[in-house]
Write a protein that binds this ligand. Structure first.
Ligand SMILES: Cc1cc2nc3c(=O)[nH]c(=O)nc-3n(C[C@H](O)[C@H](O)[C@H](O)COP(=O)(O)OP(=O)(O)OC[C@H]3O[C@@H](n4cnc5c(N)ncnc54)[C@H](O)[C@@H]3O)c2cc1C
Length: 529
């Protein structure tokens, strides 16, 4: 962490991010990209090494791509399948995670400290982002103009930091959340879990994710990069943290899979899981993101993923407002768009929890038996196997034009991503969309469809034009151009179609070329009112 220390009062900050965990770091990398002047503070000097997130989905990887990370930035293992086993009935559930969506594997495992290091490295590339460790937020006050945070350094000195907006990415025990009067609603599970991460498991770890759904000792189990393997053991009534963390206990727990000499225990920790969310992710100029806003049991690996979705949704809005390209009213759409989906993911994790940790032999037989029967019905099996059970990240309300066009492009959902070819390279389409609002012409150059004055207003609002040519279609005119190679990008769009895409890849509007001016005008209006 850099040793930069803020002056006791700063007046030129757009955003103060409290918390430099993976969500604060992703937000900082995105704010950096959009040119926002931000300061990130964390009460710790370095990243947390405790065993936490291990799985990420394609949506998370797409956001990390947006934040500037590449396939090489941190190691991952592509997971092909997830199996659920019942001790009495055998395998009762199977999830197919083969293949890619939007240019990324459906499921990978990773090592959280590596990801956090990569994000922090990325943040250092932006001169507009300052980072300061060992600085704890103590209090905050907001006015109609700004937020002032009182922070304490490691020697007990106190300082004031003033910023136009503050984001609490300060984790599950968020002080920002308390300071804005938000409490977590939801439930805390009665059971504790022991997480064990082992190393030296190269070529010996399993190659998929399995859940042993034994009511006596539910145990999720999976591989991770760097020759690592993880087991998660639910504690039985009467078992204590101290007992579970003893070397002999660990050896006994792992005995069905591996002998102590065949691994090194790298880290372990006991956690209690929660399924909680707060009522509002925003209070005036203060926002909550990541675990500060919602926490979920890790059964579907969506805690951090949800936090990354928060960062992607909020970062560009803060940038547009700070830079005068949009009205502050658009910030209300953050809570509107993100909270319902975060809640849906928590509900999914709770449902998975019922499969993973049945209360008794009877309930295991009933729940797992029911799932085996469901799997006999092909559409129901596909629903689970192909992850259609996972709630789509598509908003019902928010910063997009409601309604449907005759294309299959979903307003309020994300534009798909796939490969495109420019004059000199093949790349993923998001890398071409970059960090601006984009009027995308699919099979048509959008430039001649707008008059000069509207084009100017679009550019002033951070907009750009992009012509995505259908296969074999040549470049026309001077508009940025790429040829679509992958089939996924605009599947379902008629030839010659327009879509207005936000910097977080959410489709704001779409329609036929004849409506080009109306689409841009309506989008500008949404940013301004
Ligand atoms: C066992 C386990 C397994 C998990 N598995 C998965 C998984 O597979 N996939 C997944 O997506 N998620 C998973 N998660 C969830 C994931 O780990 C979290 O959602 C994620 O780490 C939260 O990141 P964050 O940045 O919001 O919070 P944190 O990582 O908690 O970061 C918060 C930061 O804020 C700082 N801070 C706190 N208070 C202050 C203050 N007052 N002033 C300044 N700084 C402060 C802290 O020091 C910390 O650095 C798992 C969690 C657990 C426990």
């Amino acid at each position: 962490m850099t040793t930069y220390f803020p002056e006791s009062t700063r007046n030129d900050l757009d955003v103060l991010v409290v918390g430099y965990g993976p969500v604060g770091a992703s937000l900082a990398a995105l704010l950096g990209r959009y040119g926002v002047r931000a300061l990130v503070i964390d009460k710790m000097a370095d990243i947390l090494l405790a065993p936490r997130a291990i799985a990420l989905d394609n949506e998370a990887l797409r956001i990390l791509q947006m934040a500037g990370l590449t396939d090489q930035s941190f190691a991952r293992i592509g997971i092909q399948e997830v199996n659920l086993h019942c001790p009495y009935l055998g395998r009762f559930g199977h999830i197919n995670t083969q293949g890619t969506v939007d240019g990324h594997p459906k499921l990978v495992t990773f090592y959280q400290p590596d990801l956090e290091r990569a994000l922090r490295q990325q943040v250092t590339t932006f001169p507009n982002i300052q980072v300061c460790g060992e600085l704890e937020l103590m209090d905050l006050q907001q006015t109609s103009e700004a937020v002032t945070a009182r922070v304490r350094d490691s020697s007990g000195g106190e300082h004031l930091i003033r910023a136009r907006y503050l984001v609490g990415a300060d984790g599950a025990s968020s002080r920002v959340r308390s300071l804005i009067g938000q409490e977590f609603q939801g439930q805390t599970y009665a059971e504790d879990w022991l997480i064990v991460d082992a190393s030296r498991r190269e070529n010996r770890a399993i190659d998929h994710v399995e859940f042993i759904c034994d009511p006596k000792r539910p145990t999720p189990h999976m591989p991770a990069p760097g020759g690592r393997e993880r087991w998660e053991f639910m504690l039985q009534p009467g078992e204590t943290r101290e007992h579970m963390e003893q070397t002999e206990t660990l050896a006994t727990l792992l005995a069905p899979w591996v002998q102590p000499e065949d691994l090194t225990i790298e880290r372990h920790a006991v956690y209690r899981f929660h399924a909680r969310c707060c009522d509002r992710f925003q209070n005036g100029r203060v926002f909550l993101a990541g675990d500060a806003a919602h926490i979920t049991p890790p059964f579907v690996g969506q805690g951090l993923v949800a936090g990354l979705r928060d960062a992607a949704n909020l970062a560009w809005k803060l940038a547009w407002v700070s830079q005068g390209k949009a009205t502050p009213a658009i910030l209300d759409s953050y809570d509107q768009e993100r909270r319902p989906h975060a809640r849906q993911m928590i509900d999914l994790a709770k449902m998975m929890g019922r499969f993973v940790m049945p209360r008794s032999t009877g309930s295991a037989l009933a729940i797992h038996g029911f799932m085996r029967l469901v799997n006999l019905i092909p559409p129901a099996r596909t629903y689970f196997e192909e992850l259609k059970v996972k709630p789509a990240n598509r908003f019902k309300r928010g910063l997009f034009c409601p309604g449907r066009s005759r294309s299959r492009i979903a307003r309020g959902g994300q534009l798909a991503q796939d490969l495109v070819r420019t004059d000199n390279q093949i790349l993923l389409s998001d890398d071409l969309l970059g960090d601006r609002l984009t009027l995308v012409g699919i099979g048509i150059d959008p430039q001649p469809l707008l008059n000069a004055s509207l084009r100017q207003s679009w550019e002033a609002a951070g907009g750009q034009l992009l012509h995505l040519g259908l296969r074999g279609q040549p470049r026309q005119g001077t508009t940025a151009f790429a040829e679509i190679i992958g089939n996924g990008l605009v599947a379902g769009a008629p030839k010659g179609w327009l879509a207005v895409v936000r910097p977080d890849r959410v489709v704001m509007h779409d329609g036929p070329p004849a409506q080009a001016s109306a689409l841009v005008t309506a989008s500008l209006r949404m940013l301004q009112y």
